[in-house]
Design a protein around this ligand. Structure first.
Ligand code: IMP
Ligand code: MG
Length: 177
């Protein structure tokens, strides 16, 4: 498969992303004022969004990561979610906010959410940069959405195609044809 950047068509510019991330940060800052907030980023795709969003949240917060894998490569979900590494501290009685790059079928977050809810946090919310609601296969509550998008395979700003294009500063539609 050719993975050339010439197949990528801009969808969200750096400026659009920057402004929206700032809005999300402001909203989260006011929603969690005075609370013990633990943010949990889902690696790898979340890394640019995580860095930008957490810096837009004007609160004392505890930064954590989890790594799960849902795609065996290519552009279709396998329906299987594997925990590669877990949060390394207790979230019991604390306010947990999961930060994700994109919600597609919802299978990844469904599994992550159940796993984290078993640990009895005071609350558990989810923020995602991108949402593809038309692709949902399981119901999962998403509390903050950066952008709802159509059913396109997108890359950039953390999102990859077989490991590539995460470092693009914008989000683009990958068109293989
Ligand atoms: P879900 O389990 O189907 O909701 O998929 C969630 C994960 O699939 C995301 O965290 C991404 O890693 C990956 N994914 C879903 N859609 C896309 C896309 O359009 N581009 C890149 N990765 C995607
Ligand atoms: Mg991901």
């Amino acid at each position: 498969m050719v993975k050339s950047r010439s197949r990528i068509y801009p969808l969200l510019s750096e400026e659009q992303i920057r402004l929206r991330v700032r809005e999300l940060g402001t909203q989260i800052t006011s929603d969690y004022a005075g609370k013990d907030l633990v943010v949990i980023g889902l690696l790898n795709g979340v890394y640019p969004f995580f860095a930008d969003l957490t810096r837009a949240i004007d609160l004392d917060l505890d930064v954590n990561f989890m790594r799960v894998a849902s795609y065996g490569g290519g552009t279709e979900s396998t329906g299987e979610v594997k925990i590669i590494f877990d949060v390394d501290k207790s979230i019991r009685g604390r306010h947990a906010l999961v930060i994700e790059d994109i919600v597609d079928t919802g299978l990844t977050l469904f599994k992550v959410r159940n796993l984290l809810m078993d640990r009895e946090p005071a609350s558990l919310k989810i923020v995602t940069l991108l949402d593809k609601p038309s692709r949902r296969r399981v119901k999962v509550p998403v509390d903050y959405v950066g952008f709802a998008i159509e059913d396109h395979f997108v890359v950039g700003y953390g999102l990859d195609l077989e490991g590539l294009h995460r470092n693009l500063p914008y989000v683009g539609i990958y068109n293989p044809a």
